[in-house]
Structure formats: C-alpha cells, structure tokens
Design a protein around this ligand. Structure first.
Ligand SMILES: [Zn+2]
Length: 233
C-alpha cells in the first residue's frame, strides 16, 4: 500500500504516528509525509524565513531515517486555511502519492493548523477522485480510508484502534530528535520536554491495550471510506 501522513507541522508526525509509519515501512509499504506548514513561527529568536529553512532540513533528516517521501511547507504556520487554493495544493500531493490510506489530525486537536490540516485532508482526498476537479497534476485517484491520529497529550481523543509500537520507539525518538530547533521552543513556550511528552502519550496508549508503547487511532467512518478488514499494522 501507499501510506500518506498529512500533518500541520514538522514534528507532528513524529509525535503521533511515526511508530505506525515505521511498521508500515517494515512490512514493505511505501510511506509519504505531507507536512503542510513550514514551521516558520515556532521559535523565540530565529526569524521566520531562516526558521522555515532549518525546519525543512530537520524534516528531511527525519524522513530519511524512515525512508519516506516528503512534501513540506505548502503554507506558513497559521496561514493554512480551507479554501480552493489550499485544497488544490493538497489535491496535487495526493494525486502524486496515489495513497491507499491517509493518516491525519483529529478534528478535536488543540490548534487551528492541526484542525485545518485534518479537514483539508478529508476535502482534498475527495476532490482528488474527481476527473473534473482540475489541478496541475492530471490524474485521478481512488477514495481512501482516513485515520485520525492522536491529539496533543491525548485530550479529547478516544482511540478505537491501537498499534503496538514498542519496537519502533528507538526510530521514533531518533526522528523526533531531528527537530532540534523545537527542543528549546517547546520547553520555553509549552513547558514540555518533547521526548517525555511523546513517550508519555505512547506509554499511556500502551497501557490501554496491554503493550509497553502504542499509538492510538480513530477511523473517519463515512460511506466510501470503510473496509471490512483491518488496515493498520
Ligand atoms: Zn503541530
């Protein structure tokens, strides 16, 4: 299968679904990461343009560890809105990747970029199936299942499916540590150590399903996107 993860910022995928993506890779599936925002506002000292470049490199290093294709920086942080331009941009990514399954943010997550990225993934993945929805990439793809990944610290999110990522924790941590520019930012702005933050959530989800570390997901259950078998690893 072709797996596409659609996130708002560089480092979201590492927090919420990189373990599952790693399991997909190990089973021989292809993985692509679409990081819609460029991360240009997440720092106290580094200016926006320079920060976007740094964060692109960090995301590239992380994607390389996973062996994933990377699309990054379609919008500046907090300028990701739902409109025709943003839908068209993601339609083109989806048409290039031709996914069999999409993982994205939950509608209940804590900030607007996350919520909009999730909504955009739903809208764009539908538009991408329509021959008369014309964008730069002249290709039509199928309507595919969508899974919502966990929210920041699991607030407002009750998973219905769990993936055991105990063996994936070293790669997940290594990927997260690529985002060094965020270590100080998250410590000072959000009062968290990002590795503890990530591990805590995965340990909590692991406790819920009887393993050491897990990632939790909820499927977007609407007509046309449901399969009669399990899709996650
Ligand atoms: Zn984020």
């Amino acid at each position: 299968m072709n797996i596409l993860a659609v996130s708002a910022h560089p480092d979201d995928i590492e927090f919420f679904c990189a373990g599952t993506l790693s399991r997909f890779k190990k089973s021989g599936h292809s993985v692509a990461m679409a990081i819609l925002c460029d991360g240009n506002k997440g720092h106290f000292e580094i200016k926006a343009k320079e920060l976007a470049e740094i964060r692109k490199k960090e995301a590239e290093n992380s994607a390389k560890i996973l062996g994933a294709d990377l699309f990054i920086g379609l919008f500046p942080d907090l300028e990701l809105h739902i409109n025709k331009e943003s839908v068209d941009k993601l339609v083109d990514v989806i048409r290039k990747v031709d996914p069999d399954l999409i993982i994205t943010h939950s509608p209940d997550d804590y900030m607007v970029d996350h919520v909009n990225a999730g909504k955009l993934a739903i809208d764009a993945s539908f538009c991408a199936t329509l021959p008369n929805y014309e964008t730069k990439v002249k290709k039509c793809v199928k309507l595919v299942p969508i899974f919502f990944m966990d929210t920041a610290s699991g607030v407002n999110f009750q998973p219905t499916e769990y993936v055991d990522i105990t063996e994936e924790m070293p790669i997940k941590e290594k990927m997260l540590l690529c985002h060094q520019s965020q270590y100080t930012w998250l410590k000072e702005h959000d009062k968290i150590d990002y590795v503890d933050f990530m591990k805590g959530l995965n340990q909590f989800r692991g406790t819920q399903c009887g393993v050491k570390y897990a990632e939790g997901f909820r499927q977007h259950l609407v007509w046309g996107r449901i399969k009669p078998y399990r899709l996650l690893p």
